[in-house]
Design a binder for this molecule. Structure first.
Ligand SMILES: *Cc1c(COP(=O)(O)O)cnc(C)c1O
Length: 362
């Protein structure tokens, strides 16, 4: 038996075991080609079919129609922080940002280096422990776009529904909760996500761009950074990260075969409910950092009474086969990332450990 821990890491993160097994089985001789996909031309028929499977997989899993182009880009979500304004923010126009954590702070700063970017709301003074209520900001339809981060991976907060952009295109960094539940994406201008959390292997960024926005890409952008050029060339402007895109195809097909986002969303809801219930039942021993109505269903962040107890918690959980629970260095504490590939059984194991650790430490 292969040794496998329960991996609560924030990213790169756990992959569905059947996906890893399939990659292993297909690694040396891909579909009878006599070579690995790692060795085959990105213009050849074997990769060509994988590319199409990945595009269709993303479309079907996310429920995206023909109004959106699905692109595979590189440089991670952080490169999109600049690529979004480079494509969508014309000179003299203004983009609005909801600043709900570390990643949106970087996103608004990157936009400010390209053009005019405004913080419509910031949770900095509230230590990013919550996301805004709709009454706390008022979007302006004349903005070039409204950008937000749907799930704040470090702080463990999440918007339960998309903000009202008052008619401006909505742009979303969905890196850590894409494909985690059913969501109508038809009205979004741009969504982007590094694949390494819920969609597959690190190395590719999945981007969906509403086609009516493609005309905004300036003609002098580097072609690999231009939404318009990438859409025209079907993401094959240069050599794409073929193996990562193959991973996206396999992960999307895996969840589609199990029932798609309805099933995924129910599973994720049950997992988060179970874990927060365990924390809440601890009488304050475990202290979730996010305010209740802003709690993330993907990243559960909490503290223990002392840093020394947290250090012991991390040592002992790791020894018990529960990996990746160390909180982000900006916050300390514990973070359990319970992305799609983490099943309820893994969450139950973590809850049992929580109870046991508290009893032994109390
Ligand atoms: C992980 C993460 C990022 C950074 O992604 P990279 O692909 O490493 O650039 C950005 N935004 C969010 C919300 C994330 O979770």
């Amino acid at each position: 038996m292969t040794h496998r821990v329960k991996n609560f890491g924030a990213g790169p993160s756990a992959l569905p075991l059947p996906v890893l097994e399939r990659i292993r089985d297909e690694l040396l001789d891909f579909e009878g080609s006599g070579m690995s996909l790692l060795e085959s031309s990105h213009r050849g028929p074997y990769y060509g079919r994988v590319h199409e499977r990945a595009r269709q997989g993303v479309r079907r899993l996310l429920g995206l129609g023909d109004d959106h182009a699905v692109l595979f880009m590189t440089g991670g979500a952080q490169t999109q922080f600049s690529v979004v304004p480079m494509n969508l923010l014309a000179p003299g126009a203004r983009a609005d940002y909801l600043v709900t954590g570390h990643w949106s702070e970087l996103a608004v700063a990157a936009a400010g280096r390209v053009g005019l970017a405004r913080e419509l709301w910031s949770g900095r003074d509230a230590s990013f422990a919550r996301v805004p209520r709709p009454s706390e900001y008022s979007a302006d339809g004349s903005a070039a776009y409204l950008h937000y981060t749907s799930n704040n991976t470090i702080y463990g907060t999440q918007l339960s529904s998309p903000p009202d952009a008052a008619g401006a295109p909505l742009v979303c960094d969905m890196s850590s909760d894409i494909a985690s539940r059913p969501l109508d994406l038809s009205s979004f201008g741009v969504i982007y996500a590094g694949a390494q959390k819920n969609l597959g292997l690190v190395g590719v960024t999945v981007v969906a761009v509403r086609r009516d926005l493609l005309g905004r890409s300036p003609a002098d952008l580097p072609p690999t950074l231009s939404y318009k050029r990438m859409a025209e060339k079907d993401s094959l402007v240069n050599t794409p990260p073929v193996f990562s895109i193959y991973g996206v195809a396999l992960v999307c097909e895996h969840w589609l075969a199990l029932g798609g986002l309805e099933t995924v969303g129910e599973r994720n809801g049950a997992k988060a409910e179970r874990l927060y219930a365990a924390l809440d039942a601890s009488g304050g021993f475990y202290h979730p950092l996010a305010e209740r109505e802003s709690r993330s269903s993907m990243n559960v962040v909490f503290r223990l009474p002392t840093p020394a107890l947290e250090a012991r918690f991390l040592d002992e959980s790791s020894a018990a086969g529960l990996a990746g629970l160390k909180g982000h260095r900006a916050l300390g504490g514990i973070r359990a990332s319970i992305y799609n590939a983490i099943d309820l059984e893994a969450v139950e194991a973590l809850c049992d450990f929580l109870t046991d650790f508290q009893r032994r430490s109390g």
